[in-house]
Design a protein. Structure first.
Length: 99
């Protein structure tokens, strides 16, 4: 039997801006976790009903990323120098911790 390999391929994640979130309850849930700016906030859902990720511009050189759990708690977060790097970090954390 060959051992299972962990995929290192990026998760195809559709990120959208806060303004593109169509559901008012989802927008409210995401806004509750925003610490800096709704204008720069991006959102992606990884597992329906379970977790989502967000990125937002903290200051001139820092983008915050966060993974939010099913109960609304921040499971993990970090800081990166670009939004693309923050999204990649969030996707990587979600991939490594997904069931």
């Amino acid at each position: 039997m060959v051992g299972a390999m962990i995929s290192t391929a990026p998760i195809p994640t559709p990120w959208c801006s806060f303004r593109q979130i169509e559901s008012a309850p989802v927008a409210a849930m995401v806004a509750e976790r925003c610490l800096f700016s709704l204008d720069t906030l991006a959102y992606a859902r990884f597992h329906p009903g379970a977790t989502f990720a967000l990125t937002e511009h903290e200051d001139d050189a820092i983008w915050r990323w966060a993974i939010v759990g099913a109960e609304g708690n921040v499971v993990n977060e970090g800081r990166e120098s670009t939004q693309a790097a923050a999204q990649y970090a969030a996707e990587t954390f979600a991939r490594l911790t997904s069931p």
